[in-house]
Ligand binder design. Structure first.
Ligand code: SF4
Length: 213
């Protein structure tokens, strides 16, 4: 609709640079890179002290599916990209199983710097980093958010419910109508291979209830 409008305005020699669409906004792309620059220089919490790289996120900034994990691990910290270790490989396989590549989605974490010894990020670190994640969600404006594991679920849904209760339910991000689902974290599935089947149940639930893949 907007591209038709743009076509007509262009034919009338009218400037169309103000036209804003979800899929093509220089303003948003600029904001995204500005936000990444801000994160790269961030010293807001103690995790800045031990990091090699800020792991801001990776993928399609216009994606319909936004995936949020917990925090960067060792490999992610060294390379600067999210989900590239064994858990990342499993996540890539899960996406592949539903005909998606990593370039079709956007992947990020609740906090952007690695906690020492891969411990869980604490509440101060999570709230210090909240601004980056909230802004990413707002700029991407996804059709669905997938939360991997309890840390991401607690942060985004502001809940302390156990994973078993959070899975297979449609939640909503804050006051938006963005459906938000909770999946087991791939690292947990690697530690508990008998639970792997549950991720396929989660995907089936998403396919049956949300029209994105
Ligand atoms: S974890 Fe987030 S808030 Fe803390 S230093 Fe890194 S980017 Fe900044």
């Amino acid at each position: 609709m907007i591209s038709r409008k743009k076509e007509l305005l262009t034919l009338m020699n009218i400037d169309t640079s103000w036209l804003k669409t979800k899929n093509n906004t220089n303003y948003d792309l600029q904001s995204f890179s500005q936000l990444q620059l801000e994160a790269n220089n961030c010293q807001k919490c103690q995790l800045a002290n031990g990091r090699n790289n800020v792991v801001f996120g990776e993928g399609n900034e216009k994606a319909d599916i936004l995936i949020i994990g917990e925090a960067p691990g060792k490999e992610e910290d060294l390379i600067g990209e999210p989900f590239i270790g064994r858990a990342g490989k499993l996540l890539t396989e899960i996406l592949f199983s539903i005909n998606l590549s990593r370039n079709d989605v956007y992947i990020t974490n609740t906090v952007k710097c690695r906690p020492p010894e891969n411990r869980n990020p604490n509440s101060t670190e999570i709230s210090s980093c909240a601004h980056f994640l909230d802004k990413q969600i707002s700029l991407i404006s996804p059709k669905v958010i997938i939360l991997l594991g309890k840390i991401a679920a607690e942060r985004i849904l502001n809940t302390s419910e156990p994973m078993a209760k959070l899975r297979s339910n449609i939640h909503y991000y804050k006051e938006t109508n963005i459906p938000t689902l909770v999946f087991y974290h791939p690292a947990y599935l690697l530690r508990s291979p008998s639970e792997k089947k549950k991720v396929w149940d989660d995907i089936l639930f998403m396919r049956e209830n949300i029209n994105v893949c």
